[in-house]
Design a protein. Structure first.
Length: 318
């Protein structure tokens, strides 16, 4: 009879449970928050972290009486630990809930203006179809760190840079230059982007180049127009009354002003010139398996939002 001595001739398996607990502690910023979320005792959570730190020979958290924060080793480990937790949850749910009713919490992040305008009605319809799924909706115009904040799904509008996240392009979003008929009657309609510097144009302070607009013409090429105006702002919702009131013009996402364009309260300025076409993306953390509750929310929002009057067909990628 052959006996295998512990630690000899046998793979040294990672402590997956402790890594998953570590990810939860980092997400909540406390042992008690992680314990409550995982339905474990605080002592069990604390022992798992201690066990992991002993095994690694380094601390993962700085501990004080008031604050818990990640060490450099903790920050370096968090991304992969979060993947371990997410993959484990997803595998179990895929097996146990494959034919069952989706249930559980989905953490969803979206841009502020887009979320206010369109996610309320969409989620109301979603909950009627999936009553056992709950959503933690976080609206912000800042780029959310999906892994650090434990986000399951993020909606983003823009030109997506290279990313390790899983990304799905849903549809195109135009940003026409618009003004009211009253504004144009009073100040005149520009015939070329160079004339925009003479007009009162809203400046979006959160953009990389807030005082310029880049427009493209199919024959005349690209032109960078300088702009100035009475309002500099970091959110587009407040701009709509300014536009319909005849006080200014602005480059606006169509999902915010499509009704005003339809009703003639706003008209497109320089219609032969266009800004860079943006897209609505769905982002999820890296990994090959998604929980059922996440998949049904993504599919529902994709189908519903693609029917919106401002959602345009995406051009083919080269």
């Amino acid at each position: 009879m052959i006996r295998i001595q512990p630690g000899f001739g046998m793979p040294h398996l990672p402590d997956f449970e402790a890594w998953a607990i570590f990810a939860k502690v980092a997400e909540h910023g406390s042992f008690s928050g992680a314990a409550s979320d995982l339905n474990l005792s605080k002592a069990t959570v604390s022992k798992a972290i201690t066990r992991l730190e002993f095994r690694l020979g380094t601390s993962l958290f700085h501990r004080t009486s008031r604050k818990l924060s990640l060490t450099e080793s903790g920050r370096a480990s968090l991304d992969r630990a979060t993947r371990i937790l997410a993959e484990g949850e997803a595998i179990e749910e895929e097996i146990t809930e494959g034919a069952a009713v989706p249930r559980g919490l989905v953490r969803l992040s979206a841009p502020m203006s887009f979320g206010i305008q369109h996610l309320g009605p969409a989620l109301a319809a979603f909950f009627k179809e999936y009553p056992e799924v709950s959503v933690d909706l976080r609206l912000s115009d800042t780029r959310t760190d999906l892994v650090a904040e434990g986000i399951d799904v993020a909606l983003r509008i823009g030109v997506l840079s290279d990313s390790s996240f899983r990304a799905r392009r849903l549809f195109a979003v135009r940003r026409p230059l618009v003004a009211s008929p009253d504004y144009l009657a009073k100040h005149g309609a520009p015939t070329h982007p160079r004339e925009l510097e003479k007009h009162n144009t809203v400046v979006f302070s959160h953009l990389a180049a807030p005082t310029s607009i880049t427009l493209h013409h199919p024959h005349q090429g690209e032109f960078i127009a300088r702009i100035q105006g009475c309002l500099s702002v970091n959110n587009a919702d407040v701009v709509v009354p300014l536009l319909t009131g005849g006080l200014s013009m602005c480059l606006m996402p169509e999902f915010l002003i499509w009704r005003e364009l339809r009703d003639g309260k706003l008209v497109e300025v320089l219609p032969d010139w266009s800004s860079e076409l943006l897209a609505l993306y769905v982002l999820t953390p890296p990994g090959t398996v998604r929980p059922v509750r996440v998949s049904v929310l993504i599919d529902f929002l994709s189908k519903r939002l693609s029917k919106a009057p401002w959602a345009h067909e995406l051009p083919k990628l080269d």
